[in-house]
Ligand binder design. Structure first.
Ligand SMILES: [Zn+2]
Length: 269
């Protein structure tokens, strides 16, 4: 019989895991991540909330790129890492799965106890009347208004974005809310925007009930995720992380596994 890995031992010894996941989990589903092994930006940082809300030109560029990016991210399928974490839930080992990903692939793999910390890309929210509509509906509207843009091709970028640049976005038509005329925004937390307080508090309550933390595929460079590792450390709850490369919490970890997420978690399947 093969010897069990340190990660397998870590999982075995705990009853209720607080699981935090990030972009590394979805890389093998064809969704690129933002950061390199040192936690630095691989590419131009994503659009900020302030720029998106302030400038029509920013929204034109965002939605033109998203029109192309959504075609692929909406077809992405879960990989072994998502399935392994769903398995932890069926084993009653998962207190909650808190994900920084907005792709809904954990739910597609069967996880039910999930908090989408940074929201979900398959929903669009009106910043005027707060109404939520499906992203697929907006995709139809964007395609109808901008048929010539569908011919563009561009490589996938993180979070349903596409690397479309060097073009004039000024004639891209961005629809407003059909109900109130407000600005439509993907229902995800942008850089420069706060995570809704009730979502953070719900996650905190789960952390109190958990006896350890498992971090999968996150460099924890964003404070919204990192703060939960700090909380776990203060509460004396051990944390293990699977990540290719450095994390911001390396000093706080009881165990660090430098491997791809699905390889490191394969023992669960
Ligand atoms: Zn509205």
């Amino acid at each position: 019989m093969a010897e069990s890995s340190p990660l397998e031992d870590f999982v075995d010894r705990r009853r209720r895991l607080f699981i935090l996941t990030g972009a590394g989990c979805s890389v093998n589903s064809g969704i690129p991540d933002y950061r390199d092994a040192d936690g630095a930006w691989k590419r131009r940082p994503p659009v900020t909330y302030q720029a998106f809300m302030a400038y029509e030109a920013t929204r034109q560029r965002y939605w033109a790129r998203s029109l192309l990016g959504w075609r692929r991210i909406s077809r992405a399928r879960p990989n072994g890492a998502h399935r392994a974490l769903a398995r932890l839930e069926t084993m009653a080992k998962s207190e909650i799965l808190l994900t920084q990903n907005v792709d809904r692939l954990h739910q597609a793999a069967g996880s039910e106890a999930v908090i989408d910390l940074h929201g979900r890309l398959d929903h669009v929210r009106c910043m005027g009347c707060r109404r939520v509509t499906p992203r697929d509906e907006l995709q139809e509207e964007l395609s109808r208004l901008n048929p010539e843009w569908l011919a563009h091709d561009a490589a996938d970028a993180p979070d349903g974005d596409a690397d479309l640049d060097g073009v004039d976005f000024s004639d891209f038509a961005v629809p407003a809310c059909a109900h109130c005329g407000g600005v439509l925004k993907p229902d995800v937390v942008f850089f420069g925007e706060n995570v809704p307080r009730d979502r953070v508090e719900a996650a905190q309550r789960h952390l109190e009930r958990a006896d350890a933390m498992l971090i999968v595929g996150s460099s924890l460079m964003v404070y919204s995720g990192f703060r939960f590792v700090e909380m776990a450390a203060r509460a004396g709850k051990p944390a293990a992380a699977v990540n290719l490369g450095r994390t911001r919490a390396d000093d706080l970890l009881a165990l660090k596994v430098e491997a791809s997420c699905d390889a490191a978690l394969a023992f669960l399947l």
